[in-house]
Ligand binder design. Structure first.
Ligand SMILES: [Zn+2]
Length: 508
């Protein structure tokens, strides 16, 4: 039994969302909390199996002692499949087939497990678009061919377990809501039975952690047609396995676009194309007359990339992001309300990479342009700049010498976020946040992107343009302040008449 070798990254991710982080205490807690996944034969529908599939993908890359427990005779094959997935994710994982010692149990189906001792139980299920979560009673799984409610429910379970074990934070009470409008107050949550949805010409830009949530959800919506072009320039590295829902330990080294296309290969009516390169390379590979992008799913990392994406004037964009303890989504048509670039302008509602790094390193505001230039050009760090950072952070400059000649982004991810120089983060004045989100944060953002994309393609109404969900708190729903229509940024190019005219000429 052992933690996965990418677990260091998980430690950073936890640090990201917890205050008063103590690495030793954190590791002891991981070791002391086996998490179980239990189900009965009522869970053997597409929805129930999807809830199990995503639950195992989320917990097996974090908890290294788990249990997979079928509650009646019919579950043996499914238990074997889940076990296989868990072993691919962490070959060193320990898997029990009984509850023995499990402290937290996710239950899918209609059975209340009896021999769980004092373990906390999280009953999850769904009915098409409706996600269900309860801590007291089974909630069952529907029989539709739509797994999106189930996916959101699995993310809720993972976030509740994390909150309970590590943050001692308030858990969710019983909830059921439609993921289409996230209205937790609706007497009858919206649950339309959609016919086959044609997503037309859709582009996924970025096949990282959020992209994986999106791809998982696209597979989980069985009745879908259209074309999806996946664009990404990167390969899977070991640390990505910590939070990318579709990866296993063996995925290291694969191109992200290949993994995406392989995962969706079972969906015959969805034509998947891949482009290995950046968005800008993709755009310049097309002739100018083809610069029309019907629907774009933005799962990018940086503010700069998102602004460039918006500048190509796609007809419609759905964007996903993760923040300190948040998962967020937004959707944009350029003309009304904020465009994607509005959100990521300096002083926009979402912090750009430059701002996050400046805060982490406690750099003064008059260095903003310098930091942006360094990030943009990958300028090698000079001794003087490192000494200045050491002075700002009140640490020994010798600790930063290994970063001489390296780009600023590398210093940030390796020194600030890694356990190696953790005191840089936990010491002195204030707590610095690392940039690596928890798997359930990114995955939820990606699933909700798929919800909004499908709703848009089907002409169904959905949540307002901007949504921010704090996963360290109970879910409150779109009508309680998580969603709103964000106003345009006063200095964004979407207010420029020439751009608006170009957009209208392209699509109107
Ligand atoms: Zn704008």
């Amino acid at each position: 039994m052992a933690r996965a070798d990418y677990f260091d990254r998980a430690v950073q991710a936890a640090f990201h969302v917890l205050n008063d982080f103590d690495q030793q205490v954190f590791l002891e807690k991981v070791d002391a909390h086996p998490v179980a996944l239990a189900f009965d034969s009522h869970a053997l529908t597409l929805e129930g199996l999807a809830a199990l599939d995503l639950s195992i993908r989320l917990i097996a890359r974090f908890y290294h002692k788990i249990a997979i427990v079928p509650l009646d005779r019919e579950g043996g094959d499914v238990a074997m499949k889940l076990k296989t997935i868990a072993k691919l994710i962490n070959p060193k994982i320990t898997i029990a087939s009984r509850f023995a010692g499990a402290t937290d149990v996710i239950v899918v189906g209609k059975t209340v497990p009896t021999d769980t001792g004092s373990a906390f139980k999280y009953f999850i299920g769904s009915d098409g678009w409706i996600a269900r979560f309860s801590r007291s009673n089974p909630v069952g799984s529907g029989r539709s061919d739509n797994a999106l409610g189930a996916g959101v429910a699995a993310c809720l379970a993972a976030s509740n377990i994390f909150r309970r074990i590590f943050a001692d934070a308030k858990l969710d009470n019983d909830i059921a809501f439609s993921v289409l409008d996230m209205d937790t107050t609706a007497k009858e949550p919206r649950n339309p039975k959609l016919k086959k949805v044609d997503i037309g010409d859709t582009y996924l830009v970025g096949a990282g952690a959020i992209g994986h949530g999106f791809l998982w959800a696209m597979y989980g919506y069985a009745s879908m047609a259209g074309k999806l072009t996946v664009i990404d320039h990167d390969s899977i590295d070991l640390f990505n396995v910590q939070r990318y829902a579709l990866t296993g330990r063996q995925s290291e080294g694969s191109k992200k676009v290949d993994l995406a296309a392989d995962f969706l290969s079972g969906r015959k009516e969805l034509r998947v194309k891949k482009f290995f390169g950046k968005w800008e390379d993709f755009v310049s590979s097309l002739s100018e007359g083809d610069w029309s992008f019907e629907r774009v799913v933005s799962a990018l990392d940086s503010a700069k990339d998102r602004i460039e994406l918006q500048a190509a004037l796609p007809k419609w964009i759905v964007n996903g992001w993760t923040g300190d303890t948040d998962a967020g989504i937004s959707h944009h048509n350029f003309i009304n309300h904020a465009c994607l670039a509005c959100l990521y302008m300096p002083s926009g509602v979402v912090k750009g990479e430059d701002v996050i790094i400046m805060e982490a390193l406690e750099l003064p505001a008059n260095m903003t342009m310098e930091v942006r230039n360094r990030l943009e050009c990958g300028t090698p760090l000079e001794r003087g700049f490192l000494e200045f950072i050491a002075q700002q952070k009140g640490i020994d400059p010798a600790k930063l010498i290994p970063f001489e000649g390296k780009p600023l982004r590398e210093l940030y991810t390796k020194a600030v976020c890694s356990g190696a120089v953790m005191e840089l983060a936990t010491g002195k004045k204030n707590v610095v946040r690392a940039e690596v989100p928890m798997p359930f944060q990114s995955t939820l953002a990606g699933i909700l992107q798929a919800v909004i994309l499908i709703a848009h393609a089907a002409g169904e109404s959905t949540i307002p343009g901007f949504t921010r969900i704090d996963l360290m708190k109970p879910f409150v729903g779109a009508r309680s302040g998580t969603s709103w229509n964000q106003a345009k940024h006063p200095r964004c190019f979407c207010k420029d008449e020439d751009y608006r005219q170009a957009y209208n000429e392209k699509y109107m």
